[in-house]
Design a binder for this molecule. Sequence first.
Ligand code: SF4
Ligand code: SF4
Length: 486
Amino acid sequence: MASPEDLTGVEKSLYAKREPVCPKAVDGKFRRLKWLIMAVTLAIYYVTPWLRWDRGPYAPDQAVLVDLAHRRFYMFGIEIWPHEFYYVAGLLIMAGIGLFLVTSVVGRAWCGYACPQTVWTDLFQHVDRLVEGDRNAQMRLAKAPWTASKIGKRALKYAIFLLISLATGGAWIFYFADAPTLAHDLMAGDAADVAYATVGVLTATTFVLGGFLREQVCIYMCPWPRIQTAMLDERSLLVTYKEWRGEPRHRGTKKASLADLELGDCIDCYQCVSVCPTGIDIREGPQIGCITCALCIDACDKVMAQIGRPRGLIDYATLEDCRAEAQGGEATPVLKTILRPRTLIYFAIWISVGLAMLFALGERTRVDISAQPERNPVYVLLSDGAVRNSFTVKIRNMQARPREMEVAITGLAGAAIWTDAGGRERAGATLVTNVPPDALAKLRIFVAAPSGGETRDEFSFTVRALDADGGSDSVDAVFERPGTER
Ligand code: SF4
Ligand code: SF4
């Protein structure tokens, strides 16, 4: 692409070449927290499809399963049918509001600790250190000529990246089929083409996003930082360099003379920049490249301990607190910062949605009925003078065992019902049918009623499970007599 010229006539590129980021290893409380979150999130991702959950002989025993073939979502003791998708929508709403809540309290904590891009990038950066050494060794190797040693190290590193990527892509598809069976089929070459294609695509994206693009995803590709920026306010906790305390920065001044010389606490050692996984300098102020991972806090706290100054030159702080501290005031207590109207409103909405879902889950019956009238013909006059309507009735048994169900009608005087399998000689006020486990039974039900009533009579079909668990459901329908033709 042609470069634009500035007023001096010198050509300038619109794009800055990416400088590889080689973050230095650091230890500290936030690093240890990141280790913990990484271990938990990776364990959840890789192990969950292998957890078993006994649902009896008629349902899969995988604890978490998106069964696309049978259109079911299993999550431990909960089974979601397609018509109950609002529970999944509720979970997504909770996740969204939860992110708003976390962002308004601790800024981009999601980005810094739990986002998959962060977790896998962090993992890949540890592989970098494991194979090539820490920051300085990596930078030296990057500039070194292509010797056998460099080729060997790079080959080993990319092989480990590939293995991690393959495990990541492979784990994903186990959420959509019985994991042990699918693993066996994959190894034997018997799995469906779409399974291999999905593993291939996810392996490639993990390899590229975690192995190469890394911080560029956070800075240029992901829309979430932009949205989050709009959600922050002056009382959100952010990783902040306390300029009022650190400036004027200086190098090589002995610790005893710091206060005398009226210098700031920052000794310009560059440690906060060296450990930053996105390669930014937090001393330049809040910026979109900061994922608030707090590793620079760990690095700077260590430096402060070495030069005998209090920790927290870089720390979680609100803009409001920084202003107050700069003028000699006190920071607001953390609890007061967290418990403010905005966060309490988010929390109230979040907990209300959660409680509403829990209530709905507790109340739902695992029986469901729907009825569709047959319009051709709308009614039939029987030889005894009665009028017959017919309906397609669907009964869902949402439990993993066969159940006996009784269907009845209410609100239609003198009516009798029967199925085409039973015949009119077995007509009665109710009928009983067996519904297979975790299935939908479709019945053609005839309803006969005396001819002398309203031309359109509203009534209800009711279904009731006859076993100890019970449960019932009903649906409204209309019985039509002569005079209703349109
Ligand atoms: S680590 Fe602390 S002292 Fe060192 S440059 Fe960063 S802010 Fe200054
Ligand atoms: S500036 Fe600090 S908190 Fe922000 S990304 Fe870098 S190390 Fe993490």
